[in-house]
Write a protein that binds this ligand. Sequence first.
Ligand code: GTP
Length: 234
Amino acid sequence: MEPIYKRIVLKVSGEALSGEDKFGLNNDIIHNICKNIKKAHDLGIEIAIVVGGGNFFRGRTSKGMDRATADYMGMLATVMNALCLQDALEELGMQVRVQSAIEMREIAEPYIRRKAIRHLEKGRIVIFAAGSGNPFFSTDTAAALRAAEIEAEAIVSAKNVDGVYDKDPAKHLDAKRYDELSYLDILDKGLKVIDSTAASLCMDNNIPILIFAIDPPENIVNVLLGEKIGTIIK
Ligand code: GTP
């Protein structure tokens, strides 16, 4: 089967890496996710990864802290996740480069757009760490920004929920899942599944966002083979 995209940004939520534990890193789950990233890569797809940090620290919801400081702490959390994914993917024999939006040369390459594209062309996975490097922006926005920069055809967003709902499915039994939404729907309906900055950046650059559950991790491959899972925003 042929994949529907040649180059993507895969957004992995930090929380997804912790599994049931809801904090930290769950090795079995990470291994399983990485096996499926490898399968997707074996289909010939160039994959850049943007990872969140919510399994360690969430800037947005940290009470009583200066917002910018909390956001920087969140960015540092994404660096830990990026290194963890690099390690797990390399364990499977893949070539992986981590590029950080905040310079920490001893740990990762600095973000250099043209170098990232070169890595992808050479068949390497590139993991973008530290979000966009700026407070007040989410890792979803970082994914949208990087996708536009590297001319990715889509953002494939693996989350702890299986798509976009009209209301919180954890609180409302009658919540309905959307199969398809427009970028403007996200903004108009105030849907919180991605933030408005990410939605408008994707709208301006015509980048579809596919949102689906990371469990089971096989979803990553299936979605890239065109199976209709979760919600597509376009
Ligand atoms: P090409 O030579 O373009 O094929 O890419 P390459 O990544 O194999 O070569 P490079 O010499 O740039 O990098 C070799 C290794 O050093 C890779 O694992 C890079 O991720 C790593 N590396 C490169 N630049 C930096 C840096 O500034 N900081 C850190 N920590 N590692 C780096």
